[in-house]
Design a protein around this ligand. Structure first.
Ligand SMILES: Cc1ncc(COP(=O)(O)O)c(C=O)c1O
Length: 378
């Protein structure tokens, strides 16, 4: 029985061809022509004016927070149920992360909780679309407008997704993406900031490139980072972007097949196929164990491991992170939904290279574990 990895990307388009072009021309650094081409094409894909390619989706957030001038004493509201990169970018800037709990059905931030967290120090709302469904943006846009707040949109997982037909990645003053290999578009490691604001775009470009000055290169007025993306990464990105629509359709089909095969296991909460505003793109196929299951996600993943099925736990909430607790953050904070799904949630193989046969084997194993019997393959 071959192991089924939790993720495997598809790299069988023009990736090799464009990579060879980099080698043949000697353009392997960030100065190569594919970087600008990828920035333009990617930004256009989400309906934005400017794209700033960086070396991963985490630093995209660092640069976005810095570009907006968020720092000491400022507060940023974000979901507690997300990856560390979001809160880390806020904390590294010297600002304070303020968390809201998640919605138990979509696993996205519960937007009804945002307004009560707004104070005179609040500068921004960091929206993070989780696992395949977009955050309910309308109330967030209304609040941002009412209180004069910036929106930083982390669309790392949302390639090809829309909210009410508008692309995810088009809502923030600055919006960010990741191109890690489990994303719908990968560059190995990589990220992108997109915006319609020329000045913010220029600030992000400068911060990405050590704040070199155009006239006096090695004299610095500000501290930046080397967050540059290489021409090699951009070459892969362009090849991937050519197939984004196909990849989104493929993921949707995978999600539908999983749901079809698993919906008779009453002990499992499966991802919502759609909301009023979007249909799921299944960045990953998450599962939450209902209360009737007498064990937690760790045990479920261990059991799936016996069938050689790769899994990953759900995110661990920001307010429960030792690294933040040790800094005196989130004292007394409680977010029951995020705490529950962090302990009872995990995701199953969801990569683009996954075959229908593998999906059936995963479903079979879950049936064995949760109802004691499989249904095929015996
Ligand atoms: C919501 C979200 N934000 C940020 C990131 C960080 O991206 P990267 O791994 O490219 O640093 C991820 C990565 O999976 C993510 O899921």
């Amino acid at each position: 029985m071959n192991p089924i990895p939790v993720n495997e990307p598809l790299l069988d388009g023009n990736e090799k061809k464009y990579l060879n072009e980099c080698i043949d021309t000697g353009w392997i650094s960030s100065e190569g022509p594919f970087v600008k081409q990828f920035e333009q094409q990617f930004a256009a894909h989400v309906g934005r004016q400017y794209g700033i390619a960086v070396c991963n989706g985490s630093v995209a957030l660092d640069a976005a927070i810095a570009a907006l001038g968020i720092g000491q004493g400022d507060e940023v509201i974000l979901p507690t149920f997300t990856i560390i990169s979001c809160a880390a970018a806020i904390v590294r800037a010297g600002a304070v992360p303020v968390v809201v709990d998640c919605n138990s059905h979509t696993w996205n931030m519960d937007v009804r909780q945002i307004e009560s967290k707004i104070t005179p120090r609040t500068k921004a709302i960091m929206v993070v679309h989780i696992y395949g469904l977009p955050v309910d943006m309308e109330p967030v846009l209304t609040l941002a407008d009412k209180y004069g707040l910036q929106i930083v949109e982390d669309a790392a997982e949302m390639h090809g997704q829309t909210y009410q037909s508008r692309p995810c990645g088009s809502f923030g003053a600055l919006s960010t993406f990741s191109f890690y290999p489990n994303k719908h578009v990968t560059t190995g490691e990589g990220g992108m900031i997109v915006t319609d604001d020329e000045q913010l775009a220029e600030r992000c470009r400068s911060l990405r490139n050590l704040c070199f000055q155009p006239q006096n290169r090695f004299v610095h007025e500000e501290l930046g980072w080397n967050f540059r993306m290489t021409n090699l990464q951009a070459a892969i990105g362009i090849a991937q972007l050519e197939r984004l629509n196909e990849f989104v359709a493929r993921k949707r089909r995978m999600g539908q097949l999983y749901t079809e095969l698993l919906s008779d296991i009453s002990m499992l909460q499966l991802p919502l196929p759609q909301t009023d505003c979007a249909s799921n793109i299944y960045w990953v196929y998450g599962i939450v164990l209902k209360d009737s299951v007498p064990f937690d996600a760790t045990e479920a993943m261990r059991r799936l491991g016996q069938y050689k099925i790769g899994t990953r736990p759900f995110f661990w909430p920001m307010h429960e992170q030792p690294v933040f607790r040790n800094r005196g953050l989130f004292e007394g904070e409680s977010c029951p939904e995020a705490e529950r799904i962090a302990r009872r949630g995990f995701y199953i193989p969801s990569g683009l290279a996954l075959t229908d046969e593998q999906i059936e084997r995963v479903a079979y194993s879950l049936h064995k574990i949760f109802s004691g019997e499989g249904y095929r393959h015996e």
